[in-house]
Each structure stands twice: as C-alpha cells, then as structure tokens.
Design a protein around this ligand. Structure first.
Ligand SMILES: NC(=O)c1ccc[n+]([C@@H]2O[C@H](COP(=O)([O-])OP(=O)(O)OC[C@H]3O[C@@H](n4cnc5c(N)ncnc54)[C@H](OP(=O)(O)O)[C@@H]3O)[C@@H](O)[C@H]2O)c1
Length: 367
C-alpha cells in the first residue's frame, strides 16, 4: 500500500514526499470507510493539512450531504484553523459543477488553499479535467497522480460506472468444492460457515445495490440486508417478479436484456452492484461478459453426483479451448472456507497473469 507500495523506488524518497503519500493513503482509507453509502457519488476521502501542520479529515457524506473536501474544510474551520495556505489531499479531482452541492473548486479557491494533491482525474464528463483547470486558474498549485495506483484500485467501480454507463458488477456465490451452489431438493442454506457469511455481509455493505433472480427469492426468501457486519443495507433489486410478502420487499423489480437492465440501474444512481445469484442469473451475467469481479466462497464440502445446482447454469464451454479464464486477485481463508476473488483477463494478460502466491491462502482476513 501507498506510501510504501510494491513498486520498487529507484530514487530516495524525501520526508516531504513520504508524508504527502501518507496523507493520500489516509484519504484513500477515509474514502473506503464510506464506500457503499455515497451513491450516486463516489466514496472520496480528503485530508486538509493546515499551514501549522494540523490535519483535518473528510469523507463524502450520503446524498444530499457534503463532498469530502468540504467536510475537511468545515472540520478545520470548526476547530478554529484557517485553511489559507493549507495543502489538500483528495482522492478524486474536486468537482466543478453545481449538483446537489456547490462546486468544491470554488470552496477550495475561496478558502485560499495553497496546494491540492489529486489522486485521479474524475472521468465524469461534467468534471473531467475542468476541476483541475479551474483550480489552477484560481491560483492553486495542483499536483496529480499521488498514489494513483491505490486511489484507482479504490475508485475503480465508480470510474468504470462513469465511463461505461453500467454499474461495476460483483458476482458472489457460495459453493461446495465441486462447484455446487444448491442441492437437488432446492436447499442451499447454508453451504458455507457463519464466518464466510459475515464476510459476505461486509461485501454487501460495500456495494450500494444487490440483485438476485426471482428463483432465489422463491427458493430462499432472502432479505438481502446487512446483519452480520457493520454497514448500511444496499438497495435491493430482483430480476423478475418477487412474490408479495417476500422478505426482499421493498425492492425494485427489473427485467429484460441484462445490458439494458444495468444501464437503467446506472442511470438510477447504482455504482457498485452485488449479484448474489442464483445459478441461472449468475450464468446469464457470466455469459454476457458483464461480471467485473467474481467472489466465490468455497466450503470444504463435496455434494457429489451430477444433479446439484452448478455455479453457472445454462450453456457452458463445449471444449477446453473455450474455457473462460480469469486472474485470481486474492485467495483467503475465511473460517473453514476459502474466499477466491477473480477478475476477467484484460486483453494484455496471458492465462497465468496475476495469480497469488500459494502462501497467501494461509492468511485470514481482518474482518
Ligand atoms: N449458494 C449460493 O450462493 C446461492 C445463491 C443464490 C441462490 N442459490 C440457490 O439457487 C437456486 C435459485 O437459482 P435459480 O437458477 O433457480 O434461479 P435464479 O437464477 O435466482 O432466478 C432465475 C429467474 O430469474 C428471472 N430472470 C432471470 N433473468 C431475467 C431477466 N433477464 N429478466 C427477467 N427475469 C429474469 C426468471 O424468473 P421467472 O421464472 O419468474 O420468470 C428466472 O426464472 C436456489 O436453490 C437457491 O437456493 C444459491
């Protein structure tokens, strides 16, 4: 992690540069702390370091609340500190347009902040580069790209949503080691342990929306709330019709081609969508190439036979040449289970790209 990231440094790092990176790392952590609560806005973090070195922190508030930069500026003023001459570290380029709130760039310029470190440029066409230009025109010293790798890793779902007009899609399933998510009698609760379920609830809290198929609503009657982990409940969507009285209500029922469904969700403000199955919905998303991240909890259990529900129902590969291949981005033990996270290969990657070291599987998650 930034500031001591994995990339080897070729030159000595000055103490100032080191503390700049530490402040931006803190801003990333602040943003991550509000992830799942800010849609349709991004989860931005900001640190304002006053001329005397005192730091004030901010993170995006739920709509229609303040943006991270304003929260940090207000925190400084509330403490009696003058932001004039301060340095602001913000994970995302400050906004330049009036939406639910006034433009952050105006507030930064009016406060006479001297320098702004920006993690990444906002891809939103309403901002993209304009915030930076306005700050420079307002006499602010703007530096871009500090800890850009870590900032991008944190804000990737938001950036993709703004670029593609579709939410970032995480497909999460719990399976036996032989890849079954449900038994022939329709039961699937519970394949994995309470520890894995708590971990999955933390994933639910990280996402601002969750979607399941009508088949899962009929079979499991899930509530899709966050119970076994801190965090807020995501908005709930059902593909198809949810029977009246189902625990998933109040929810929004959606239907039609998945790309159109996703575009409608993004237009409605969804940034990061957790798809929790079942088998047919998972297969549909997978075949359409609409999954950005696969999270599979694997229990040390075997169903056996060939009539249990597979991870991805519907047509699959017909030969080894047609296998879908991904890149493992993490593999962690959660209680007695494994959590494996996969991403689709990018065009530049080969089949063995990005695999984790074998000993990473021995670790336990912090949650
Ligand atoms: N282990 C796990 O992680 C896990 C997670 C979830 C579920 N499950 C298990 O999986 C089973 C349910 O899976 P499933 O494959 O039977 O059902 P499903 O995938 O949850 O839902 C399929 C249904 O969703 C609706 N649907 C799908 N795509 C649609 C679209 N584009 N537009 C409109 N509606 C659409 C259709 O509903 P209609 O039929 O109403 O038209 C379809 O029959 C249950 O046994 C459950 O316990 C396991």
């Amino acid at each position: 992690m930034c500031p001591d990231g994995p990339a080897p440094r070729s030159e000595p790092v000055s103490p100032a540069a080191h503390s700049d990176a530490a402040h931006m790392a803190r801003a990333v952590a602040l943003g991550e702390g509000v992830r799942g609560t800010t849609a349709p806005n991004p989860w931005v973090g900001a640190v304002l370091v006053a001329a005397d070195g005192t730091a004030f922190e901010g993170a995006t508030e739920p709509p229609p609340g303040r943006h991270a930069e304003i929260v940090a500026l207000d925190a400084a003023r509330a403490a009696g500190a003058d932001p004039e001459g301060a340095t602001l570290y913000t994970t995302l380029e400050p906004c330049s347009h009036t939406g639910r709130t006034a433009p952050c760039v105006e507030a930064v310029i009016e406060a006479r902040v001297a320098r702004v470190f920006v993690g990444v440029t906002d891809p939103d066409p309403k901002v993209s580069g304009r915030g930076r230009t306005l700050l420079i025109d307002g006499g602010v010293d703007v530096r871009e790209g500090l800890c850009a790798q870590d900032v991008t890793a944190s804000l990737e779902p938001y950036m993709q949503q703004r670029r593609t007009g579709r939410p970032w899609v995480v497909l999460k399933l719990a399976a036996t080691l032989d890849g079954r998510i449900g038994a022939p009698d329709g039961t699937s609760q519970w394949i994995t342990s309470p520890a894995a379920r708590a971990d999955a609830h933390a994933l639910r809290a990280r996402c601002d929306a969750v979607l399941v198929g009508a088949g899962t609503v009929r079979a499991d009657n899930p509530s899709l709330t966050v119970r076994d982990s801190p965090g807020t409940d995501p908005r709930r969507f059902v593909l198809g019709t949810a029977p009246s009285g189902a625990n998933v209500h109040p929810c929004t029922e959606v239907s039609g081609p998945l790309r159109e469904v996703l575009e409608a969700l993004a237009a409605d403000g969804v940034v990061e969508l957790l798809v929790e199955g079942g088998a047919h919905v998972a297969g549909e998303f997978h075949r359409a190439g609409l999954v950005d991240e696969y999270v599979v909890y694997l229990a040390p259990a075997l169903m056996g036979g060939d009539d249990g529900l597979p991870l991805l129902a519907g047509a699959g590969a017909t030969s080894i040449d047609e296998l879908w291949r991904g890149r493992v981005t993490s593999a962690i033990r959660v209680g007695p289970d494994l959590r494996i996270t996969l991403r689709p290969l990018t065009h530049r990657e080969g089949p063995s790209a990005g695999t984790v070291a074998a000993d990473e599987v021995a670790g336990h998650p912090a949650s």
